[in-house]
Structure formats: C-alpha cells, structure tokens
Design a protein around this ligand. Structure first.
Ligand SMILES: *Cc1c(COP(=O)(O)O)cnc(C)c1O
Length: 399
C-alpha cells in the first residue's frame, strides 16, 4: 500500500503521542485522514490526477504510479473503511455491484458453487443468474435465517456463502456467527453484504465473516449524492488478491466519489442514531394504525430474528416494511400521498424515502421465489424531525 503524500498511513487507531483512540466516531472522522503534513489541510484533498511524476525511471514518490492502481483520496477512504469494519484492508469501487463482481471473479471460477440468500438484493441475484451463471459459476438460493438449510446446501465445490442481514425488503435476519461456522467447516468463505446495517450497527468480520461488502451509495455515503461500493477483509493474502483484481479489472472509485463518501462517513454514527430513533417512533405508530396489517422490523420482539439481531447489531436500523390492509391499490396510494417521504428507490440517505417493492425495486422478482407481497410498502427512514415523519405517514394512510 503506498504511503499517501503528507498523510500517515498506519494501523487503525489514531495515534496521538503514545495513546491510541479507536472509538467508532473517532475512526470515522480521523482514520486515514490525518491533517496534511505539508499544508495542514484537515480534509483529505481530492487528488484529481491520473498519473504521478517519477524521480527517475521507477522512482515513485510515496509509491503512486497510476490512479487505477492507487490514488491518495481513494486510499484514505479505503483505510477508513477498513478501520470502521475492524478489517485490515479496504477496497473502494465504482459501485456496490462493481465490488461484488470483482469479489466473485476473485474467489470463484467455473464449476465453483456459491450459496446466496433466497431474498438476496435484486442486483446480486441478477449478477448470479444472468452473468456469473453464463461463466459456469453454480449458485443456489437458500433461506439464510435457517442455518441448517444453509449447512445442507453446502457441497464440496462450495467456495462461498453469501449472506445479507437484514435483508431487503422483508428485514430477515441471519446469524453471522453460525453461518461463519458452517462456511469454515467446509473451507468456504463467509461474505456478508452489510449495506443495510452499516458498520456502526454491525461488524461482520468480528463475528467470523471473511469479507464485508458494501454499497457505499447507501448509509456510508448517506446523502444520496454518490454511487460507490466497497470490500473489507481481515486476511492480508485475500486483500492482496482482491487488490490485484481491483487493479486488473479497473472498476475503481474515482477521487471525487471517494471524497464524497469520506465526507459522508464522518457523520455515520450520529446519522445512524437518528435513523434508528426515528424508525422506532414510526414502527410504534404503524403498529397502532388500523390500516396497517403487518410491520417488519427486527426491533420488534415478535420478529423471528429479533434475538439474533439483538446479539449482532447495536440497534435495529432505519429500514421498515409494512403491509397495507387495503391491498395493492391502497399500498400504491400511500406511496403516492406521502410528502416528507419522497417516492423513490435506494435507501440510507438523510432524506426519508418510500417505495412499493412489488412495482419498483423488486418488480423483476415477480413470479420468482423472490416475489414480495403486493400490499408491501418499504421505508428508508431519514433523519428529519420524527414527528413530521409520523404525521406524514398517518396522513398518507388516511384514505
Ligand atoms: C444498493 C445495494 C447493492 C448494490 O449497490 P450499488 O451501489 O447500487 O451498485 C448491493 N447490496 C445491497 C443490499 C444494496 O442495497
């Protein structure tokens, strides 16, 4: 890893004299981001450059030669991500899907087998079913809240178990520690897509996972202004293989995108606290509402994954789904009538979003085992005033 000009590249703690400060929010603001030793700039600059002057052939200053291979702004983000996920190596990509593709082409070859969640993120499902499938990678969708079902699906050719928890849009929870045990018993890797929880709420590497995947487009970026992805690992050898493929395949995050993501990450902790607090207010209001037949939120005691979520998550997150008693038409009306909640796809931004999975994010799952109920509404709860969000939904549900 090159030494960023003017910035110390070190281990994860932020060292001042002999002390190490390693609280989550401290790392979010400082890991990989110490003030520039030459200018004192407290914010990592956007190194908008493709190449670097060499002092004689091969005489690299601070190790940089070409920005596909390494760029100081991207390097700062990669170091920060590694620190936040308690890993040793982070890699930043142009999108979450680019990160997934790079990972899978690094760890799987034709004939290998990967187990994915039966309610995988739609883009992940499409990558397996429409792209990797043609290249001979075998895959199988299994409900991962059922650890035994995953164990039964493992074959000699299984190279990875791909988990998501909580899932989208039904907020299903799987047990990361148990799945790591299943994977490691058979020499496979456990990959966890940690996009919905963010590292503030859940750190899969500390529970035995081998790779964490992120769409940094969501909570990490947090402001709906940048698309990006990331991988974090705790094994240096796997980190090197991924970095080789990242450079070879080239789907890297650009300097400005990396900078926006770093800027977003600084407030991740306080944003997540508010996302979670607002979600709890809304869950309580939805549960009381006569037009709502069911609420999906891992914070509810009756949620089947509640205990596991309580063990592996700091709090239960900002994503909620619910079913509307009046059926599909009524659910569509709720989405169209809300005003503070913006009708749109994606999630994890400061602004609240509402959507109808059956017609929007999960439309392509119609007729497949991934099909979602037609009366389902999904919320990405933002950090606006909680009372306004509750009032907005109450009005939208009044039909
Ligand atoms: C959005 C998302 C992705 C894909 O990330 P992009 O940045 O859109 O490419 C992967 N997994 C989950 C859970 C997501 O929500």
């Amino acid at each position: 890893m090159p030494e960023r000009r003017g910035h110390r590249v070190g281990d994860h703690g932020v060292s001042v004299s002999a002390m190490t400060f390693d609280g989550f929010e401290t790392l979010a603001i400082h890991a990989g981001q110490e003030a520039d030793t030459e200018t004192g700039a407290v914010v990592v600059p956007i190194y908008q450059t493709s190449t670097y002057a060499q002092d004689g052939v091969g005489g690299l200053r601070s190790g940089y030669e070409y920005s596909r291979t390494a760029n100081p702004t991207r390097g700062a983000l990669e170091e920060c991500l590694a620190a936040l996920e308690s890993g040793i190596r982070g890699l930043a990509f142009a999108s979450g899907m680019a990160a997934e593709d790079t990972l899978l082409r690094t760890v799987a070859k034709p004939g290998d087998h990967v187990i994915i969640p039966s309610d995988a993120y739609g883009g992940t499902f499409r990558l397996f079913s429409k792209v990797l499938d043609r290249w001979g990678v075998q895959w199988e969708a299994v409900p991962q809240s059922d650890t035994e079902a995953v164990r039964r699906a493992v074959r000699p050719e299984t190279v990875a178990i791909w988990a998501e928890t909580p899932t989208n849009p039904l907020l299903t929870i799987s047990d990361i520690e148990a799945l790591a045990g299943v994977a490691h018993n058979s020499g496979a890797l456990l990959v966890v897509d940690n996009t919905f929880a963010s590292p503030y709420l859940q750190r899969p590497l500390t529970l035995g996972a081998d790779v964490v995947v992120h769409s940094t487009t969501k909570y990490l970026g947090g402001h709906s202004d940048v698309v990006g992805g990331a991988l974090v690992v705790s094994d240096p050898e796997l980190g090197d293989r991924l970095a080789f493929h990242q450079n070879t395949m080239g789907a890297v995050a650009g300097p400005f995108d990396a900078w926006l993501t770093l800027r977003g990450i600084k407030t991740l902790g306080v944003r997540m606290d508010r996302h979670c607090a607002n979600a709890e207010l809304i869950v309580a209001a939805l549960q009381r509402h006569p037009a709502v037949s069911e609420v999906y939120y891992p914070g509810l005691a009756e949620h089947p994954g509640h205990k596991t979520a309580g063990r592996q998550m700091r709090a239960f997150g900002g994503m909620i789904s619910f079913r509307v008693r009046g059926g599909e038409e009524a659910a569509l009306k709720v989405c169209e009538r809300s005003r503070v909640f913006t009708l749109g796809e994606s999630l994890g931004g400061v602004e609240s979003l509402i959507e109808h999975p059956g017609r929007m994010t999960h439309a392509s799952a119609a007729g497949s085992p991934l099909e979602v109920p037609a009366d389902l509404v999904r919320l990405s709860v933002g950090i606006e005033s909680g009372d306004d969000l509750v009032a907005d939904l109450a009005e939208a549900l009044e039909q």
